[in-house]
Design a protein around this ligand. Sequence first.
Ligand code: SAH
Ligand code: SF4
Length: 366
Amino acid sequence: MSVDVKSLTREELAAQFQQWGQPAYRVDQLLHWLYERRAASWDAMSNLPKQLREQLNQAYTLTTLQVARKQGSRDTTQKFLWRLGDGSLIESVLIPANPALYGEASDRHTLCVSTQVGCAYGCRFCASGLEGWKRNLGVEEIVDQILAVERDAFGGASSVEPQPADRLVNNLVIMGMGEPLANYDNLLKALKILNAPWGGGIGARKITISTSGLAPQIRKLAEEPLQFRLAISLHGATDAVRQQIMPVNRKYPLRELTAACEYYEEKKGRMITFEYILIAGVNDGLEQVPPLASLAKRLHAKVNLIPYNKVEGLPWERPSEEIQERFLAGLEGLGIAATLRREKGHDIDAACGQLRLRTERELASA
Ligand code: SAH
Ligand code: SF4
């Protein structure tokens, strides 16, 4: 199996070009085509000599994601379902900025990125975990989610015109399908490429990694040089509640998880965010507010409350707005910085894994 060109760093490509006796500036030309012009074929790279293009074609694949399905419109939340080389389906969600949420300016677009096909962690409320884990995404499959969304926005992959060099996506949340920290090496390499000035040019502070709480990998992430933001999918402030809905809590109970979070904050000098889905009758009672507030206080964490998105076939429900607001007020009353996502994209299956699940069910019954 050959290596994909979008899984390689500038240094790795430069070493190969040197071996081929190619001048160094050719590497920058190639990178320009890949990451600024989002080229979908070697032939599009018109200023590279034909012989070099052939050499590249022999040595590497140039994978681009294919749109299997798309929902939403340019100025609202847009959801992309991609078909991969092996027929697997994954999703990305493009979200126009919500300045309150991750602190970005209002001309920004956030892309929610997938890291695996399916997920092995089996959180009871989540569509991605329903059919289990299939495989990790390759580096290039993570990287191209950004480029493919932009290719689509700027006129489609089939366009022969070079694409504008603007970056449409300037904020990433690694919150799509899969557990990012379970595909650690590919994720980190992809983020390095997306962050690099020769690659995606997206600041590390504009990249939020969300995890269901893999404590050892959180500690490992703390040692990385790049300053990513970290979000913890908490969803329960006590072990009793959390392990009811998240099996991972048996492996890494709250004590271990919060210790890893403290370590991350110490090492990075950065605060984390708690994600807390509100699920009716499970974790939305007012008695959950004090333990959640005390965890948040101890870790100086901000809390993002997210009303649960109904998943077909699962019994869980979103609480009423009144209960959502009551929970938020309770946290604020205890001095916690909290937001309630009055959610975008609810109507287009925007929560993780939902469009894929629906499409696979439709395909299965067709
Ligand atoms: N595996 C990682 C990242 C992907 S899930 C994680 O769990 O953090 C991204 C977020 O979507 C998580 O906070 C997850 O709990 C949440 N989520 C999953 N299903 C959801 C649903 N039906 N409604 C709302 N949020 C959901
Ligand atoms: Fe996996 Fe995250 Fe879904 Fe849990 S919430 S099953 S970890 S994708």
